[in-house]
Design a protein around this ligand. Structure first.
Ligand SMILES: Nc1ncnc2c1ncn2[C@@H]1O[C@H](COP(=O)(O)OP(=O)(O)OP(=O)(O)O)[C@@H](O)[C@H]1O
Ligand SMILES: O=C(O)[C@H](O)COP(=O)(O)O
Length: 408
């Protein structure tokens, strides 16, 4: 990569200039409490460098997946409150993204201060497939920077998104690679350049179709793929099993069937859970029991049952695979770890990662949150990446729009 770096921008001089920074503040929330501030902490160094150098920093960020209009539960308020607590520079939040509040607060911003714009996904143009629509939104974001603005992408978790605040603004402003993105790419580059085998990829989480899409390119690259979390039910369904009320993306069944067919030729083994923890409902205190993965509907909860974790037998089998690996990449919790009763699978995988001799990478907002909230320390893993989907796509060898647009 030949992108210009933040240090180069700072050397050019930023005092008094408006610098637009894309950060990843997409943190897990419990109501208005940030349950893991890892991504906020990871965003601090770049903001600190810019404010120390006298820049007026405008931060863009997303939270969750709102439907292109403001929604209280997706406000950046809690994330920005936490950022302000941790920061050594003044931080404020605009009430909108490119509206009157953003304009007024941006105009009043002083050297060394940070203004975060409200969730970029409150504007449908941010994620539009239509380049002109995204471009119009990008123009409005760039308009806030005045005459001599610049753009820094420090949102590693979002570099796989061709979105206005990630991609289109970079075609309109002199653009630079943030330190967090630089560091993350360096670790993943080393991992792909010299992958020690066996290479085991552990996949879980709830963004089922996103994560299923990456498997295509992992076939042949990974020796073993361990399938947990929400996507496991699409695998079970692809094998002809009923999954009751569990998370299932029916339209993805043929895709998974195709993967299963191609796996042997590609030299990749799938390990699919043999037991599942099924709950009566999606709740922390739900009644639950462990059943065989091919008999989910046979649980006491019948067709209402929801699979919320992998069972102990599967967790042990996954741990065994991890023990024998030389490289492990893990994205996506094995179950709904936020509820204690359904956290055992995720805990077992985290534990196995801390015990293997393999180089281990944990990627993703919730995956990183899971290992921390379950009591593991960052230094027990080779690398904890802020990016889940982003790191997976990097490992697949895909071109990431947010990175390639910075290439000169
Ligand atoms: N069986 C399941 N049913 C429903 N939700 C599940 C299940 N297993 C895991 N999850 C949920 O998946 C969520 C995390 O998924 P996600 O795909 O967002 O992972 P991530 O690590 O944040 O990756 P990324 O950074 O790409 O978003 C957790 O909130 C967890 O509760
Ligand atoms: O959580 C993530 O992986 C990033 O913040 C990107 O979020 P997205 O998958 O909703 O684009």
């Amino acid at each position: 990569m030949t992108s210009h770096t933040l240090n180069e921008l700072i050397a050019e001089g930023v005092r008094g200039r408006y610098i637009l920074v894309r950060s990843d503040l997409n943190v897990p929330l419990d109501g208005s409490t940030v349950t893991d501030d890892g991504r906020i902490r990871a965003s601090l160094p770049v903001l600190g460098k810019l404010t120390d150098a006298g820049a007026r920093v405008l931060v863009t960020a997303h939270l969750g997946r709102p439907k292109g209009a403001p929604e209280d539960k997706y406000s950046l308020k809690p994330a920005v409150a936490r950022l302000a607590e941790l920061a050594s520079f003044p931080v404020s939040l605009a009430d909108d993204t490119v509206g009157p509040s953003a304009k007024e607060k941006a105009a009043a911003l002083q050297d060394g201060q940070v203004l975060v714009l409200e969730n970029v996904r409150f504007d449908a143009r941010e994620t539009s497939k239509d380049e002109a629509e995204r471009g119009a939104f990008a123009d409005e974001l760039v308009g806030l920077t005045g005459e001599n603005g610049a753009f820094v992408n420090d949102a590693f978790g979002a570099v796989h998104r061709k979105h206005a605040s990630v991609y289109d603004v970079a075609t309109r402003l002199p653009s630079y690679l943030g330190d967090l993105v630089g560091t993350e790419v360096e670790v993943l580059r080393k991992l792909t350049a010299d992958t020690q085998r066996p290479y085991v990829v552990v996949l879980g989480g709830s963004k089922v179709s996103d994560k299923l899409a990456v498997i295509d390119n992992l076939l042949g690259k990974a020796d073993t793929i361990l399938v947990g979390g929400g996507m496991l039910f699409t695998f079970l369904a692809a094998e002809g099993h009923k999954v009751a009320g569990s998370l299932l993306e029916e339209d993805q069944i043929p895709v998974v069937q195709d993967y299963l067919k191609r796996a042997a030729d590609a030299g990749t083994d799938f390990v699919i859970p043999t037991d599942v923890v099924v709950a009566a409902k999606f709740a922390a205190d739900a009644d639950h029991e462990t059943v065989s993965a091919d008999a989910i509907e046979g649980s006491s909860f019948g067709a209402q049952g929801i699979g919320l974790d992998i069972g102990p037998e599967s967790a042990a089998a996954f741990a065994e695979q991890i023990k024998g690996a030389r490289t492990v990449f893990w994205n996506g919790p094995m179950g709904v770890f936020e509820f204690e009763a359904f956290s055992a699978g995720t805990r077992a995988i985290a534990q196995a990662l801390t015990e293997t001799d393999a180089f281990t990478v944990v990627g993703g907002g919730d995956s990183a949150a899971a290992v921390r909230t379950l009591g593991f320390a960052d230094d027990q893993f080779g690398h904890i990446s802020t990016g889940g989907g982003a790191s997976l796509e990097y490992l697949e060898g895909k071109e990431l729009p947010g990175l390639s647009v910075l290439d000169r």
